[in-house]
Write a protein that binds this ligand. Structure first.
Ligand SMILES: Cc1cc2nc3c(=O)[nH]c(=O)nc-3n(C[C@H](O)[C@H](O)[C@H](O)COP(=O)(O)O)c2cc1C
Length: 158
């Protein structure tokens, strides 16, 4: 049975809240999904999941160091994430504060790993973004993204 994981780094709770909403939506859409802080994830754990969703606060327009470290350490099994579903999300303090570049940095690492990353023509195109604490719009985007990840994973895991 296909499985998913949502991994996040969060100091003040905004990214964590997004992660929990996405994981809940994935579970409700039928994809068994865990939600974990990055410090509870070992790089090799990634091998056990069909969908890997990663969220980071925007730090200087990029992913936070613990998230980067997870990807950097995954080089020891480079190539083995090929074909898994990937997705990313971010929380920032400001509009145009670099949240989309943060998401794209995570997506780049996923693409280099061979992950399949789906955009969204109607919702947040690259992945859900929040300015500060998630509001109703962000919560809805996180739910939508979780549903779409579950749907794509189901198709690819056939
Ligand atoms: C080291 C550091 C760098 C940051 N850089 C940015 C930034 O470039 N742009 C921005 O909009 N917010 C920036 N922020 C604000 C955080 O992205 C924002 O508060 C975010 O919601 C925190 O997420 P969290 O609650 O999950 O920790 C920065 C915060 C810290 C601590």
């Amino acid at each position: 049975m296909a499985k998913g994981i949502v991994i996040y780094y969060s100091r003040s709770g905004n990214t964590k809240e997004m992660a929990e909403i996405i994981a809940k939506a994935m579970n409700e859409a039928g994809l068994k999904t865990e939600c974990k802080s990055v410090d509870k994830v070992k790089p090799e754990d990634l091998l056990g999941f069909d969908a890997i969703v990663v969220g980071s606060p925007t730090y200087y327009g990029s992913m936070a160091a613990p998230i980067k470290e997870l990807f950097d350490d995954a080089v020891s099994f480079h190539g083995q994430l090929d074909g898994k579903v990937g997705a990313a999300f971010s929380s920032a303090a400001n509009i145009a504060g670099g949240n989309e570049t943060t998401i794209m940095g995570i997506v780049e690492a996923m693409l280099i790993s061979g992950c399949v990353v789906q955009g969204d023509p109607q919702g947040d195109h690259y992945g859900p973004v929040s300015i500060g604490k998630p509001d109703q719009r962000v919560k809805q985007q996180c739910e939508r993204r979780g549903q779409r990840i579950a749907e794509l994973t189901r198709k690819l895991a056939l």
